[in-house]
Design a protein around this ligand. Structure first.
Ligand code: NAD
Length: 360
């Protein structure tokens, strides 16, 4: 029976890279019935809304989506469509594996890390007060009155909130993922030495949860030290779990370590739905040129296959991607040492080469 999957082609390079991923997934022999939905600028133009209800409903119904990158229009008061989608579906866990593929131009080799980022709270909950507004003044007055501190009345305010419930949920997700994927060590990343209450709570919950998983090693690192250690001795780490902001930053760091955005996949996972997408955005300057790297989107498709428990198909696509990148012949220009656009393969040509490898 075919899997019903919502497919959001996306904006900019989205239709090209998600089209490539769709063809590769179909070439595995796993049957899909795609429910194609528009979101982002494409939907704004056709339906007057960056995130039409139909899109959220479709993912709710199917429980799974492959999503191309979406452009957040600048100005007009638009919040990120991607953040809105994660909140609408309560996709609380952002899973970002970072593994080096031989042949990719990167400073590091043999990287095999997983970043698990909390997706729902922290400074990203959108509780902000614009500098100079009545709201900001009221909040600052209350803070100064209650805390005895002296926050300047000219300050802009962003609220960081960390709850035990969301901390527990993300740390349990990290340990469950570690158990299922034979990961040996979970590291909680925080800044609890400075933010004793918010990050301190996250760390305390992480320590508590770790006791429920005695077969997996646990430690913690302060976020700045974590960045340095990743540069110096990444081999000492395995799976990193952290609140939203640090996760956003560290997962770009790990993406950089494996060769950049073109090869970095991700998944946003909740209780009832999962959305698979590349980390990169819609890269408008590459749109319509058949030159964007489809790897990140195809590897997001590998994660989708694993989520469906189609392990053989997932492994086959992963191996095919690895072979094509290693051979270096049919890869997009950004994967070439000379970065030659003339010699680089097109997006669709790279997908064809991966499909040919799958069929070998
Ligand atoms: P971006 O990731 O779109 O592009 C940054 C640069 O990375 C590009 O100029 C390009 O050189 C390179 N790049 C990215 N993906 C590539 C690929 N597949 N192949 C080759 N090169 C690639 O980031 P941006 O320019 O900051 O954002 C553009 C738009 O995308 C914005 O509207 C932003 O809001 C949106 N965005 C969406 C998502 C998402 O949908 N999850 C994520 C990030 C940004």
């Amino acid at each position: 029976m075919a899997y019903q999957v919502t497919l959001i082609p996306g904006d900019g390079i989205g239709p090209e890279v998600s089209g490539a991923a769709r063809r590769v997934l179909e070439a595995t022999g796993v049957q899909f019935e795609w429910d194609v939905q528009e979101a982002g600028v494409t939907a704004l133009e056709s339906k007057g809304d960056v995130l039409p209800d139909d899109v959220v409903e479709s993912i709710r119904k199917n429980g799974i989506a492959l999503k191309g990158p979406l452009t957040t229009p600048i100005g007009g008061g638009f919040r990120s469509v991607n953040v809105a989608l994660r909140h609408a579906l309560e996709l609380y866990a952002n899973l970002r594996p970072a593994r080096t593929y031989e042949g990719v131009q990167s400073t590091f080799d043999s990287i095999d890390l997983v970043v698990v980022r909390e997706n729902m709270e922290d400074l990203y909950a959108g509780v902000e007060f614009e500098q100079g507004t009545d709201g900001a003044h009221e909040v600052i007055d209350a803070i100064n009155r209650i805390s005895g501190k002296n926050v300047s009345p000219t300050a802009a305010i962003s609220i960081k909130s960390i709850t035990p419930e969301n901390s527990r949920r993300i740390v349990e997700f990290a340990f469950d993922y570690a158990s299922r994927n034979e990961r040996k060590l979970v590291t909680a990343v925080h800044k609890a030495n400075i933010m004793k209450f918010s990050d301190g709570l996250f760390l305390k919950v992480a320590e508590d949860v770790s006791k429920e998983y005695p077969s997996i090693e646990f430690n913690d690192r302060i976020v700045d030290n974590m960045c340095m250690q990743l540069m110096q001795k990444p081999d000492l780490y395995d799976l990193l779990v952290m609140p939203n902001l640090y996760g956003d930053i560290l997962s770009d760091l790990t993406a950089g370590m494996i060769g950049g955005l073109g090869v970095a996949p991700s998944a946003n996972i909740g209780e009832n739905a999962a959305v698979f997408e590349a980390i990169h955005g819609s890269a408008p300057s590459h749109a319509g040129r058949n030159e964007a790297n489809p790897t990140a989107m195809i590897l997001s498709g590998v994660m989708l296959l694993r989520h469906l428990n189609e392990q053989d198909a997932a492994k086959a696509v992963d191996n095919a991607v690895a072979s094509v990148i290693k051979a270096g012949e049919h890869v997009t220009y950004d994967l070439r040492a000379d970065r030659s656009r003339e010699k680089g393969a097109g997006t669709s040509d790279m997908a064809d080469a991966i499909i040919a490898e799958l069929n070998r």
